[in-house]
Design a protein around this ligand. Structure first.
Ligand code: UD1
Length: 418
């Protein structure tokens, strides 16, 4: 349980943890290497431990010391991903492509993760089928098989992050050339391409919607640093906007947050960008602002919930249009308990800013998903009195230690572990 009290303006500097969404597909990529792959700046979060559990189950030897993760994938003796890992983390679906390459077979359940929308995997299946996989479904299990993958033409009708990553992981060791059109352009995909190329792959077009992969015979283990987490950085920017103050976030590429900074600046926040850091200055109460989520480089859906918490504490009204996931407004239900005024209509939310010294009042909230949990923390920081947040296992899926970080900036917050 997290206990958070109303907090004055935040100040200080913190280092941002490594990126969850970058490291998970990188861990799947380690399966493709003959030898040992070492990642540094790896966040000690639940999703990384879960992915490590899968890698160990199928035969990898892993060691995770401090923030350095070593994966020896010399021997892979299983092609099945155990059900409990799949239920815990949707990203386990990313193992399909890599396992197919290594074992010519992969077996998994339909993926789990945060309860935000139906989240089908048709685009993953489409991509792997284009490369010659045969995929069947039986009683909730998905079995993929191949005699050997060959290059193909993949065209995504929507730029799915996970499906683009799966396609890349399957294509790099396929025979011939693969073209991926309509690929997602998230920085984490560019990171994956850079890693794979460092391992010996031939991918052109990294960071664009058109990727060309020329299959190679083998990949080699390398050492690579995981980039800073732009979503964690965005969460802490939102915290400063809700409470005011002046904070420096280090270890993050500000270019990956351009749409966020542009949108957030309409609240009155001022940002100063350095090469690998961002300073945020917020004087007084934020003004209401509008966001429309979308695939990168648009405003990320993962920061929609933290932004909603800022809006609840703002002066003036705000609007959110969620275009990526159909039911990602669970956070609204929790913010209402703090006294926020929010109306939901399908994919649209209207937040009536409650200006005044303490528009929000502390309450007992429940983290219902990862980013919603972080939003509850921000709401609690902006509310009068004390807020208790349960369901913190969701927060630990993606934040190494949200209490440590916010405390370092002056927040009154503690993690009461059971
Ligand atoms: C990734 C991120 C997640 C982020 C999301 C969108 C990781 C580990 N997770 O998730 O934090 O919120 O991108 O930026 O990187 N879709 C389909 N069919 C598919 C796949 C996806 O219809 O086969 C739909 C989804 O239901 C959703 C949309 O496409 O509506 C985006 O999903 P996708 O980009 O695949 O997100 P994830 O890779 O799951």
């Amino acid at each position: 349980m997290i206990l958070v009290r109303n907090t004055g303006p935040l100040s200080g500097a913190i280092e941002i943890q490594g990126s969850k969404n970058a490291v998970l597909p990188m861990m799947a990529a380690a399966l493709l290497a003959e030898g040992t792959t070492i990642f540094t700046n790896v966040p000690r979060i639940q999703d990384v431990f879960c992915m490590m559990g899968i890698l160990q189950f199928i035969g990898c030897k892993c060691s995770f010391v401090g923030n350095t993760l070593t994966i020896d994938a010399s021997v892979i003796d299983r092609a099945r991903i155990p059900e409990h890992y799949v239920t815990a983390m949707r990203s386990s679906v990313m193992m399909l492509g890599a396992l197919l390459v290594r074992k010519k077979e992969a077996l998994t359940r339909y993926p789990g993760g945060c309860l935000i929308g139906s989240r089908p995997i048709d685009l993953h299946i489409k991509a792997l089928t284009c490369l010659g996989a045969e995929i069947t479904e039986e009683k909730g299990w998905i079995r993929a098989r191949t005699e050997g993958l060959t290059g193909g033409e993949i065209s995504f009708p929507y730029p799915s992050v996970g499906a683009t990553e799966n396609a890349l992981l399957a294509a790099v060791l396929s025979r011939g050339i693969t073209r991926i059109e309509g690929a997602a352009k998230e920085p984490e995909i560019e990171e994956l391409c850079l890693l794979l190329n460092q391992m010996g792959a031939k991918i052109q077009g990294a960071g664009t919607g058109s990727l060309t992969v020329t299959g190679v015979k083998r990949l080699f283990g390398v050492t690579r640093r995981v980039a800073g987490d732009r979503i964690v950085a965005g969460t802490y920017l939102a915290a400063v906007m809700a409470r005011g103050g002046k904070v420096l976030l280090k270890g993050i590429n500000p270019k990956h947050l351009l749409s966020v900074l542009e949108t957030f600046s309409r609240s009155g926040a001022v940002f100063h960008m350095g090469e690998d850091q961002i300073e945020v200055v917020m004087e007084g109460c934020p003004r209401g602002f509008d966001i429309v989520t979308g695939p990168y480089p648009e405003f990320p859906t993962d920061l929609q919930s933290p932004a909603m918490a800022v809006m609840a504490a703002a002066r003036g009204d705000s609007r959110i249009k969620e275009t990526v996931f159909e039911s990602r407004f669970a956070t609204a239900g929790e913010l209402l308990k703090l006294g926020a005024r929010i109306e939901i209509d399908g994919r649209n939310a209207r937040i009536f800013g409650a200006a005044g010294k303490f528009p929000l009042k502390g309450a007992e909230l429940e983290a219902r998903d990862l980013r919603g949990g972080a939003a509850a923390v921000i709401g609690g920081m902006a509310a009068e009195g004390e807020t208790k947040i349960t369901g913190c296992r969701y927060i630990r899926r993606g934040y190494e230690d949200i209490c440590r970080d916010l405390k370092a900036l002056g927040a009154s917050i503690e993690d009461r572990k059971p």
